[in-house]
Each structure stands twice: as structure tokens, then as C-alpha cells.
Design a protein around this ligand. Structure first.
Ligand SMILES: [Mg+2]
Length: 191
């Protein structure tokens, strides 16, 4: 980074913001349990309240999907790479901030390469350190838990997903494009 380089940081969550992980998670779940659920059926953050599955099995399945089916995991929306590139070119550092278990780490890097997604750094959180403690100006995340303790001047943006519909948050967006609008200050409209 040079003196004229980026000064502000836009942090992005990875699962369910960039990678639409739950699409393949439910596919794997359906194959194992002979069910026919869709991502839209996951209407609560705690999946064990919706499906007969323990929290341990939920995360085991998540890890399995990343290790063995990562190439099938689609992006959350088209043209993510050019949207991120545009935010970066407008003077932002792009920081991908993801909490996960170590066995899935290398697949995240592969997935990002595969989809040609740029970032200035890639941070893996293994412990319970809140994301709000990390350095950023804006964060885009689908998890209410990661946004709830963010305070000004930091701004948290919620990425709309079936499991966060009940969470009241001033910045809820349905696409990365809309997040770009907020981050670049061109569109203050709250969707
Ligand atoms: Mg997420």
C-alpha cells in the first residue's frame, strides 16, 4: 500500500455473503436424510430448532461440504468479483473475515481463486473473538451476532438471508451491489 493507496477497510464475511454455502449444505443434508428442504426453509439461525440435527452434526456437515463439495458451492450472486474490484479501486482495502474450523481453511482460498475474487487480506478466526474487534470501517455479514456489538464509527451491513429475517437492523441489503452503494456513499437508501 502506498501513501495514496486505500485508507478505509471494507470487511466481508465469507459464508452466505460471498459463498452460498447453505445451498450445498441442504443438498448434502437432503441426500443423507432423504428430505427435500431448501435454503429458504432455514428460517432461523439455530438450525437445530428447525431440523432434527445436533449443533455438532451441523458443523460436521458444514466442514464436509467445504472439504468434499466446495466446487459445487455457488457464489451468492453474479459479478461479485467486479463489484469487489470496483470498491477496491474506489480506495478501500478489502478484508475477508471468516470464522471457521481449520480443516476448511484451504478450501476458502481455493474457492476465492476459482471465482477470481480479490482481497487485500483473508482472516480466519478460530476462537470466539468478536468480529467487531477487528479493524474495519464497514463490515458486511449475514450473522446478527457479528453485527450486534458494532458501534460507530464502524458500520455493520446485514446481508439478507432466510435465517436473519427477524433481526431488526438499519442496513439490510439484498446484494453486494447495494452494499457498494452504502460503502461508497453514493446511495444512503436503506433497502
Ligand atoms: Mg456468514
Amino acid at each position: 500500500m502506498n501513501i495514496l493507496g486505500p485508507t478505509k477497510t471494507f470487511a466481508l464475511d465469507f459464508d452466505s455473503v460471498l459463498a452460498d454455502t447453505m445451498v450445498i449444505w441442504v443438498k448434502e443434508y437432503n441426500e443423507r436424510h432423504h428430505t427435500n428442504i431448501t435454503k429458504n426453509d432455514i428460517y432461523a439461525w439455530d438450525i437445530s430448532k428447525i431440523l432434527p440435527i445436533t449443533p455438532e452434526e451441523i458443523s460436521k456437515l458444514f466442514n464436509y461440504v467445504w472439504e468434499y463439495r466446495w466446487q459445487e458451492i455457488p457464489p451468492c450472486e453474479p459479478n461479485q468479483n467486479s463489484t469487489i474490484e470496483n470498491i477496491h479501486k474506489s480506495g478501500f482495502r478489502i478484508s475477508i473475515l471468516t470464522r471457521r474450523e481449520r480443516p476448511t481453511v484451504s478450501y476458502v482460498a481455493r474457492w476465492l481463486d476459482h471465482h477470481d475474487i480479490f482481497s487485500d487480506d483473508l482472516i480466519f478466526v478460530y476462537d470466539a473473538m468478536p468480529k467487531s474487534e477487528y479493524p474495519f470501517d464497514f463490515i458486511l455479514d449475514d450473522s446478527p451476532i457479528n453485527l450486534i456489538d458494532i458501534t460507530a464509527p464502524k458500520i455493520g451491513i446485514l446481508y439478507d438471508q432466510p435465517w436473519n429475517k427477524d433481526f431488526q437492523w438499519p442496513f439490510r441489503i439484498k446484494s453486494l451491489q447495494s452494499a457498494a452503494g452504502i460503502v461508497l456513499g453514493k446511495d444512503k437508501k436503506i433497502i
